[in-house]
Design a protein around this ligand. Structure first.
Ligand SMILES: Nc1nc2c(ncn2[C@@H]2O[C@H](COP(=O)(O)OP(=O)(O)OP(=O)(O)O)[C@@H](O)[C@H]2O)c(=O)[nH]1
Length: 364
């Protein structure tokens, strides 16, 4: 998943590190006298008896019984307190490369600009403590820039636990992106997390769609509410909600026909579904492999009918990761899950920190 972006980000990480190391190496060492007073560092036991050194002329021996800072102590403090003041030109080159890498990997332009601005703001013109590892500074700055655009994510279990039963989740999106499979995967995920589920077969438009969702649901032991092909999807989903109420089911998952935001009749149909079903959560499903197109569609869909969260499918086939990085910041709604394969288990709750750590090759 996102291998191209991952490899390139890790190269950029080394570039930033070597540039900053160069600046840090060229800077004069910061003063250490005051810090040395505060720090207690165990000194290695001497291998032979040490005769106390007489004070160097002009220097007072400490009169409070404390040991005078030694060279060894000073060195340790120096490493710990090492600071660097970065100027724009010190990181201009890796910043430019980062910008190119993000754009080449389908990260949307405004999102790329935001990441670069965050990096610049966090690094340039400030004294940065770099301790013994410049790499730590680079990784934490990159991590916070990426997490800044990915937002907080949304834990579906917490969301469901916070709502009245039955919690109604409506899945929408364009044709063939993996919506029906996603409904089945989410059904299994919720069952495994202790919630009971019913599926409403609201795609009455595409030939074979009802049978498709029914087959998935039967395999997973989930009840499906269905009408015949061509029926009004609002009526099907209304029935699914009634069934859930009558049988104390926790969650209704509503499949719907794929549609584009500019197809007026299908969008009106979706409006009707919303009025009748009153969903707690509208989930827009698109495929990560569509890159920037998926981001634009998600944004337009949100503006046309409103979206609460996004699922990106086929992340397993996407080397770039641009849609996953861009969609939450562009649409202003969290990513709920990534689809990572064709099996029912191939769904991953989207945790921004985990994804960023994976991209940076850093487990901390
Ligand atoms: N590799 C991969 N394939 C997926 C993923 N999710 C779905 N698919 C596949 O994508 C294809 C389309 O999935 P569907 O669930 O039928 O798509 P849909 O959006 O419901 O299609 P419509 O009903 O036409 O809107 C199927 O072959 C799925 O197995 C995923 O995360 N990874």
């Amino acid at each position: 998943m996102f291998d191209s972006l991952k490899n390139k980000l890790q190269n950029i990480r080394s570039k930033f590190t070597s540039n900053i190391e160069e600046v840090a190496g060229a800077e004069p060492a910061p003063p250490v006298a005051e810090e040395v007073e505060e720090v207690e560092i165990a000194e290695p036991a001497p291998s032979h008896p040490v005769t106390p050194e007489p004070p160097v002329s002009g220097e007072e021996a400490p009169g409070d019984g404390r040991e005078k800072p030694t060279f060894f102590n000073k060195l340790k403090v120096l490493v710990r307190e090492r600071e660097v003041l970065l100027r724009e030109k010190d990181i201009e080159e890796p910043l430019f490369e980062l910008e190119m890498v993000l754009l080449e990997n389908d990260v949307a332009l405004p999102v790329t600009d935001e990441i670069i601005a965050r990096m610049r703001r966090d690094l340039v013109g400030q004294h940065k403590k770099i301790g013994s590892s410049v790499d730590d500074l680079v990784v934490s700055t990159l991590r916070s820039a990426l997490c800044g655009v990915l937002g907080e994510g949304l834990d579906l279990r917490d969301f469901i636990a916070s709502r009245e039963r039955p919690v109604k989740i409506l899945f929408t999106g364009v044709n063939g992106t993996g919506k029906t499979t996603t409904v089945a995967k989410v059904g299994q995920y919720l069952q495994k997390n202790g919630f009971s589920v019913v599926i409403g077969a609201g795609d009455t438009y595409r030939a074979g769609a009802i049978e498709q969702i029914r087959t998935h649901a039967d395999r997973l032991g989930i009840k499906t509410i269905q009408h015949q092909a061509g029926a009004d999807p609002s009526a099907v989903l209304f029935d699914a909600v009634q069934y859930a109420k009558a049988h104390d089911i926790d969650v209704v998952l509503a499949d719907t026909a794929g549609r584009f935001h500019n197809r007026a009749n299908l969008m009106n149909q979706l409006e009707k579904i919303r009025r009748v079903m009153k969903p707690d959560l509208v989930v827009y499903v698109d495929e990560a492999v569509a890159g920037n197109d998926a981001v634009i569609r998600a944004d337009e869909f949100n503006k046309a009918v409103g979206t609460d969260a996004v699922v990106l499918t086929k992340a397993d086939m996407d080397p770039k990761g641009g849609a996953a990085i861009s969609v939450a910041h562009t649409v202003g709604k969290p990513i709920l899950f990534l689809g990572i394969g064709q099996g029912y288990d191939d769904i991953m709750p989207f945790d921004p920190r985990t994804v960023v750590n994976e991209l940076l090759g850093d487990e901390s």
